[in-house]
Design a protein around this ligand. Structure first.
Ligand code: PLP
Length: 360
C-alpha cells in the first residue's frame, strides 16, 4: 500500500492510525458483532461511543461546563442560516467581518434574516490581510459579531481574537479548529464542518454558550434549532453516527500527540518550513501579509504560471497530490491540517527546491 500526501483543502487526510483502528473495527466493534455504521444511535454501545467523543473533545479544547457541544449534519454552510435564526434574539442587526470567500457566504445567508453590518472588509486587498480590531466599524447593539478565523481559500488567519465585550463572538473555525489551543470562553459560539481537522465529511460541530440557546425565531426549522438539538443530546433525529465515531478516534489521536499544545508545535514547524522555502526563493511567492499567514492553508504562486501543469505532474510522481490552487487565487495551495505528516511537508519542500533548480 502506498499512501499519498494529500494536500486537499477538504475533505482532507485523516491520521493513518485512526484509519487503521476504524479498519480493525469495521466488521465488529468491540465484540458487539456489528460495524459502528450498523448500530442504533439509541443503543447502549453507540451512546457510549458518542459520550466518550464529546468528553474527549471537551477535554482537549478545555470547553467550559456552560457550553453545549452539538454533533450535527448539514456542514458549516447550514450554520450560516442557523446563526441568525437562533442568535438574533429579537435584534435586527448583526456584525460581520469580510475576510474572504467563506465570510462572504456567511454574510449572503445572514442577509436573508437581518441587516448585516460589515464592520471590516479586506476585499480591496484581494483578501491578503486582516485589519486591526480598533479600525472596525462595530455596532455596540449588534446581536453578535461573526468572523472566520482562518480563511481556507486565500490562506489568511487572524493573528488575534476580537475582544467584542458583551456582543457574542461567533467563529467559523472549519479550517482551524483543533490546530492549536484557544480560549473557548472568549466565544459565544464556535462551529466547524468536520472534513478538514476533525473527521470525515457529514459531521458539523457546534460549541455554544448556554445562555445563547433557546431564543430561536419561530420560523427556525427544528433541524437548525440549537435548543432542540441540545436538549436531545444531538439525537433529535439520526445523527451522522459513523462520522461522529471517527471524530472520537481523532480526538484520542490528538490526546496521544500531547493535546492541542503538542499539535500546535508540530503545526507551527510544518508551516514555518513551507513559508521559509517560499520566502527563500525568487520563484515562489505568497501574497498574504506575514502576520496573517495561515498555518493550515498555504497558497503559493509560481514565477511562471505556464509551469503550473508541469509542477503538478512532477509533484504527483513523488506522491504529492491535490496541490492545485483554488480557481479564485490560482497557483498552488498546500493544505497542511493536523493529519498531514511532517514528512509530507519535507517532501514537498524538497520537490519545490528541485523544481526551481530545474525550471526556475
Ligand atoms: C470548508 C469550509 C466551509 C464549508 O463547509 P461545509 O461543511 O462544506 O459546509 C465553511 N467555512 C470554512 C472556513 C471552510 O473552510
Amino acid at each position: 500500500m502506498t499512501r499519498k500526501y494529500n494536500f486537499s483543502a477538504g475533505p482532507a487526510m485523516l491520521p493513518l492510525e485512526v484509519l487503521e483502528q476504524a479498519k480493525a473495527a469495521m466488521l465488529d466493534w468491540n465484540g458487539s458483532g456489528m460495524s459502528v455504521m450498523e448500530m442504533s444511535h439509541r443503543g447502549k454501545e453507540y451512546m457510549s461511543i458518542a459520550a466518550e467523543a464529546e468528553a474527549d473533545l471537551r477535554e482537549i479544547m478545555a470547553i467550559p461546563d456552560n457550553y453545549k457541544v452539538l454533533f450535527l449534519q448539514g456542514g458549516a454552510s447550514s450554520q450560516f442560516a442557523a446563526i441568525p435564526l437562533n442568535l438574533l434574539r429579537g435584534k435586527d442587526s448583526a456584525d460581520y467581518v469580510n475576510t474572504g470567500a467563506w465570510s462572504k457566504k456567511a454574510i449572503a445567508e445572514a442577509n436573508r434574516y437581518c441587516s448585516v453590518n460589515v464592520v471590516s472588509s479586506t476585499e480591496d486587498t484581494k483578501f491578503t490581510t486582516v485589519r486591526p480590531y480598533e479600525s472596525w466599524d462595530t455596532n455596540p447593539d449588534a446581536a453578535y459579531l461573526h468572523y472566520t478565523p482562518n480563511e481556507t481559500i486565500a490562506g489568511v488567519e487572524f493573528p488575534f481574537i476580537p475582544e467584542t465585550g458583551d456582543v457574542p463572538l461567533i467563529a467559523d473555525m472549519s479550517s482551524s479548529i483543533l490546530s492549536r489551543p484557544i480560549d473557548v470562553s472568549k466565544f459565544g459560539m464556535i462551529y466547524a464542518g468536520a472534513q478538514k481537522n476533525i473527521g470525515p465529511a457529514g459531521l458539523t460541530i457546534v460549541i455554544i454558550r448556554e445562555d445563547l440557546v433557546g431564543h430561536a425565531m419561530d420560523v427556525c426549522p427544528a433541524m437548525l434549532n440549537y435548543d432542540i438539538h441540545g436538549s436531545n443530546d444531538s439525537m433529535y433525529n439520526t445523527p451522522p453516527t459513523y462520522a461522529w465515531y471517527l471524530a472520537g478516534l481523532v480526538f484520542k489521536w490528538i490526546k496521544e500527540k500531547g493535546g492541542l499544545e503538542g499539535i500546535a508545535e508540530i503545526n507551527a514547524r510544518k508551516a514555518a518550513k513551507l513559508y521559509d522555502a517560499i520566502d527563500a526563493s525568487d520563484f515562489y511567492s505568497n501574497p498574504v501579509d506575514k502576520d496573517c499567514r495561515s498555518k493550515m492553508n498555504v497558497p503559493f504562486i509560481l514565477g511562471n504560471s505556464e509551469l503550473d501543469g508541469t509542477f503538478l505532474e512532477e509533484a504527483a510522481t513523488r506522491g504529492l497530490v491535490t496541490l492545485k490552487g483554488h480557481r479564485s487565487v490560482g497557483g498552488m495551495r498546500a493544505s497542511i491540517y493536523n493529519a498531514m505528516p511532517e514528512e509530507g511537508v519535507d517532501t514537498l519542500v524538497e520537490m519545490m527546491t528541485d523544481f526551481e533548480k530545474k525550471y526556475g
